[in-house]
Design a protein around this ligand. Structure first.
Ligand SMILES: [Zn+2]
Length: 124
């Protein structure tokens, strides 16, 4: 690796800090989030002779569930139908959060490398 001048390094460190601040700011724009998947189900009931027994098109529903893993177990939470969009958005927010955390981590890693490089330049 070719040696980097102290000025170049200082410039990188400044832009690292700016980029980090921008990413952190994106975190504040997040809305309520939850981990999981939204399931839409059509169900058969237990009533004898009900139309749902014979035809998938005549099943009851839709019923919505939010499913996620907690302590390695799958948890299903039944949702009121009208709450489905709320949870759909929360699940989207959670994915956004995870992506953002990944980016923050990757960025931090490279910023830390620049800071460490500056330390070693300053020591020599
Ligand atoms: Zn039925």
């Amino acid at each position: 690796m070719k040696p980097t001048s102290r000025t170049q390094l200082a410039k990188r460190i400044r832009s690292d800090a700016q980029r980090f601040a921008t990413l952190k700011h994106e975190l504040t724009a997040l809305d309520y989030f939850c981990k999981g998947t939204l399931l839409k189900r059509m169900m058969k009931c237990g009533k004898k002779g009900c139309a749902c027994q014979g035809s998938p098109a005549k099943r009851h529903g839709p019923y919505f569930e939010c499913t996620f893993k907690r302590d390695n177990k799958t948890v299903n939470v039944r949702l009121p139908t009208q709450a489905a969009p709320l949870y759909r958005n929360a699940i989207r927010q959670y994915r956004k959060l995870r992506k953002l955390l990944d980016r923050l981590e990757r960025h931090s890693r490279s910023a830390l490398a620049h800071l460490a490089e500056l330390q070693s330049v300053d020591r020599n």
